[in-house]
Design a protein around this ligand. Structure first.
Ligand SMILES: [Zn+2]
Ligand SMILES: [Zn+2]
Length: 657
């Protein structure tokens, strides 16, 4: 048995082409394995925890639960639409996943691999809170690049332990952070150095992953696995904390397997007794977590180890390094699916562009060329001509296939299997495209349309060979382009869902041919031009945004701000907070609840009845669980707020211009 998994998409944004670089090859791999008679389970799910989700949910005025649900549904639908067919697609916010995580962490504790220690953690005195992971930004201590609290994402790619980052700043308010001591829990990663070194020696993995991992294993440090957050899986050794998101995310592979196995197989045979191959498809950016943290955790908990790690290369867009903020991104739903393009074209593009380990460049022009010149002109052209000619002139063909043709088909099958064993999906596509080219030149040189006028039996032999090749092509290309192949296979009444790769070389006594459908449609130059324009505008807009960050603004920008005089009706301290006051402020047409960090300078009583200045149309946010709708304007005096007030008393709601 084999278990295939994909790195969990983070439920924090929309699906883009970079995601598909992992999911589509994994899906294609699973489909081929099944056509080779293998019993395969294929699982994935949304990663729902961690600080970015909490930060972004706060920004959008949603709870983390609502926020992850939105993106979970999005990923589920998009993956289905591009034909990625998981046996189970779960999410880590579910109770069953929390239970599984707690069981595994408990086993790590029982094994003596987790210990408490005091650490110096980034703390924001203005927000009055610790700043875990992405709540803090600063400078990477290793390479000097701008980094997030737990990862040097723009520079050297290293995982950063809490407290390591230099010049930390609070992500919420921008204030320089200070450090405070807090007790946390550590996983003894250093105890696994010998085990990991040995494990990596024997691991089947793509070179790109192994090269990194073998370097990293030389310098291990113990790993802080708890976080001071509300959202996440409670740490079973100390319920005040949740576990770090990179502890619970990979455990999703196990909890989702258990779900997929219900009434079908025994998940413990896979994950506790080592009776299955476990193959992880991941992106190159999460090699550390899968080749270092994950096997050490599994070893500590006495679970089965992954047998293979398949890492894909990165993605470029129109030749530029993928970057959402710079606009070098292709959104799967709005840029691709909503154009009405066949999802199989994108599957073929991603598989056939380059080696799985190399960088893939997505460009709309290459996309058009691949569809029109490769899929239509070679592959589709052969299928359609053969089927159409057979249907028109024979309807039913008594089969008589040359040995040479069968040999060619068997060779193609071997090439495909060989390429799959190396996770080289471009070679898989090359193999069936080569067979299609062979079919085309055979059909063209034998000229059955002339032959049939003189010798119908000779023409039948040519058609018989061609039909065998057509059937083989449908079977071989089915995992890459399932919907298109199903459509064209209707002409042969061939049910591809029950075909094995061996069926490609099996000769039927007779083949019935019905009127065929065109498998592919030509991509229009005008459509591509408009998509290229759309991309250029996106790049330009992103550039403008970067440029205008610190620049002057026009009056029209200022006019977007709705600033008014407000009157404080009520004021009280926020419990457990030294800095925050909760106010009710009349802003003219309504009374708003506003939470402000001014408790150190103002007593609640002295504010009631006062006029203040309020930015009314700022997005609502939640601070310590309280809704805040509006922002009081204040002068920042060494981090302390001094409120702005009108020079004489004016009515609440008066606009400020
Ligand atoms: Zn770095
Ligand atoms: Zn802050």
């Amino acid at each position: 048995m084999k278990l295939v998994t994909c790195g969990l998409p983070y439920a924090n944004g929309k699906a883009h082409i970079g995601h598909l670089r992992t999911y589509i090859p994994a899906d294609v791999y699973v489909r081929y394995l099944r056509m080779l008679g293998e019993d395969v389970i294929f699982v994935c799910g949304s990663d729902c925890h961690g600080t970015p989700i909490v930060v972004n949910a706060e920004k959008e005025g949603m709870t983390p639960k609502e926020f992850v649900e939105k993106y979970h549904e999005h990923f589920k639908n998009v993956l289905k639409a591009v034909g990625v067919d998981f046996d189970f697609y779960g999410k880590t916010a579910e109770e069953y996943h929390h239970e599984m995580t707690r069981e595994i962490v408990r086993r790590m504790i029982d094994g003596g691999y987790i210990y408490p220690a005091e650490v110096e953690l980034a703390y924001c005195t203005r927000c009055d809170r610790f700043l875990p992971d992405r709540y803090v930004e600063g400078i990477c201590p290793y390479c000097g690049a701008m980094a997030r609290g737990d990862e040097c994402d723009q520079g050297c790619g290293k995982h950063l332990e809490p407290g390591e980052i230099k010049d930390p700043r609070c992500k919420i308010c921008g204030n320089p952070a200070s450090f405070r001591k807090q007790k946390h829990y550590f996983f003894k990663l250093t105890a696994f150095k010998e085990f990991l070194t040995q494990y990596l020696e024997n691991l089947k993995a793509t070179e790109n992953a192994l090269n990194y991992a073998k370097e990293w294993v030389k310098n291990l440090r113990d790993w802080c696995i708890t976080r001071d957050l509300e959202w996440g899986v409670r740490f079973p050794g100390d319920e005040r904390f949740v576990v770090y998101v990179w502890v619970d995310a990979p455990i999703g592979y196990i909890s989702f397997t258990k779900k997929a196995c219900e009434n079908r197989c025994d998940w413990e045979a896979i994950w506790k007794r080592g009776e299955a191959e476990i193959i992880h498809f991941i992106g190159l950016d999460i090699v550390y977590h899968h080749c270092i943290f994950w096997p050490a955790m599994l070893k500590a908990a006495n679970f089965s180890l992954p047998t293979a790690i398949v890492a894909s290369g990165m993605v470029k867009v129109e030749g530029k390094t993928f970057s959402k903020s710079r606009g070098y991104v292709v959104w799967v739903e709005e840029d691709y699916l909503k154009q009405g393009f066949n999802p199989d074209y994108l599957r073929y593009y991603i598989l056939s562009y380059t080696s799985h380990q190399k960088d893939l460049n997505f460009s709309w022009r290459i996309f058009k060329d691949k569809v029109n010149n490769e899929l239509l002109a070679t592959f589709g052209n052969f299928l359609y001509r053969v089927l159409h000619f057979s249907w028109k002139n024979f309807g039913e063909v008594e089969m008589e296939v040359d040995d040479e043709v069968i040999v060619k088909i068997k060779e193609t099958r071997e090439k495909i299997i060989d390429a799959l064993n190396k996770w080289e999906f471009k070679m898989v596509c090359d193999a069936f495209m080569e067979l299609a080219a062979f079919g085309n030149s055979y059909f063209q040189s034998e000229k059955p349309w002339d032959l049939i006028k003189q010798d119908k039996n000779a023409a039948r032999k040519v058609i018989s060979n061609s039909l065998q090749l057509a059937k083989a092509l449908m079977i071989f290309a089915y995992p890459v382009m399932p919907e298109s192949m199903k459509k064209v296979a209707k002409a042969l009444e061939l049910d591809l869902t029950s075909c094995s790769l061996d069926d490609a070389a099996k000769i039927d006594e007779k083949m019935k041919v019905r009127k065929p459908d065109l498998p592919f449609e030509k991509i229009d130059e005008k459509v591509i031009e408009s998509l290229e324009r759309m991309m250029e505008n996106r790049f330009k807009e992103a550039e403008k945004k970067v440029e205008t960050k610190e620049e002057e603004i026009g009056l029209e920008d200022f006019k977007k701000l709705d600033i008014r005089v407000g009157r404080v009706l009520k004021a009280e301290k926020v419990q457990k907070s030294k800095k925050l006051l909760k106010l009710e402020v009349d802003v003219g047409n309504e009374v708003r609840q506003i939470v402000a960090g001014i408790a150190e300078n103002y007593e609640p009583e002295e504010l009631v009845g006062k006029s203040v200045v309020v930015l009314v149309n700022i997005k609502p946010t939640r601070i310590m669980g309280l809704e805040s709708r509006g922002m009081l304007l204040a002068a920042d005096v060494d981090g302390k707020a001094v409120l702005l007030m009108p020079e004489r008393d004016v009515e609440a709601g008066t606009k400020i211009k």
